[in-house]
Design a protein around this ligand. Structure first.
Ligand code: FES
Ligand code: FES
Length: 169
């Protein structure tokens, strides 16, 4: 880089934060974000919703999965400023009146986690599936979870948990 370009970069004005209203787990949250901030960063660092995990930070592992208008997405590769008009659901939004969602309960009962790092992403992908199809086939469950990587469990108990949640619908 030339000295002139270097100086220009050093003096370039920072972009203004973008005012934003996000609808997260049914609650409107007003904040201002930088244009480059991911939804995962905003959920975790600004809204303190740390159930959403950041693993690869590049759309490969699914740990950061949240549900936008019923669709599972990787929040690490979703710009926060692009989702102002969507309903965002995170793992913190699944329990109602202190009762775990049937998927959460099934993961506990079937040992669908070890370290737990992938678990909220797994559950959110399964939640999006069940929101659209309450009786998915085995193949549909596997397709829904294909973007979620687990380094611990070998997936057997995870699939058992989702099947159990489907059975308890
Ligand atoms: S952290 Fe988002 S896909 Fe891995
Ligand atoms: S339980 Fe450890 S990564 Fe899945």
């Amino acid at each position: 880089m030339s000295i002139a370009a270097d100086e220009q970069e050093a003096t370039a004005p920072e972009s203004e934060p973008i005012p934003l209203v996000l609808s997260v787990n049914g609650v409107k949250r007003e904040l201002a974000v930088e244009s480059h901030e991911s939804l995962a960063e905003v959920l975790r660092d600004r809204l303190n919703l740390r159930g959403t995990k950041i693993g690869c930070n590049s759309g490969e592992c699914g740990a950061c999965t949240v549900v936008l208008d019923g669709v599972a997405v990787c929040s690490c590769v979703t710009l926060a400023c692009s989702v102002a008009d969507t309903q965002i659901t995170t793992v913190e939004g699944l329990a109602t009146d202190g009762e775990l969602h049937r998927l959460q309960q099934a993961f506990i009962e079937h040992g669908g986690f070890q370290c737990g790092f992938c678990t909220s992403g797994m559950i959110m992908s399964a939640y999006a599936l069940l929101s659209q199809n309450d009786q998915p086939s085995e193949e549909e469950i596997r397709i829904a979870l294909q973007g979620n990587v687990c380094r611990c469990t070998g997936y057997v108990q995870i699939l058992q948990a989702v099947r159990a949640a489907v059975g308890s619908a």
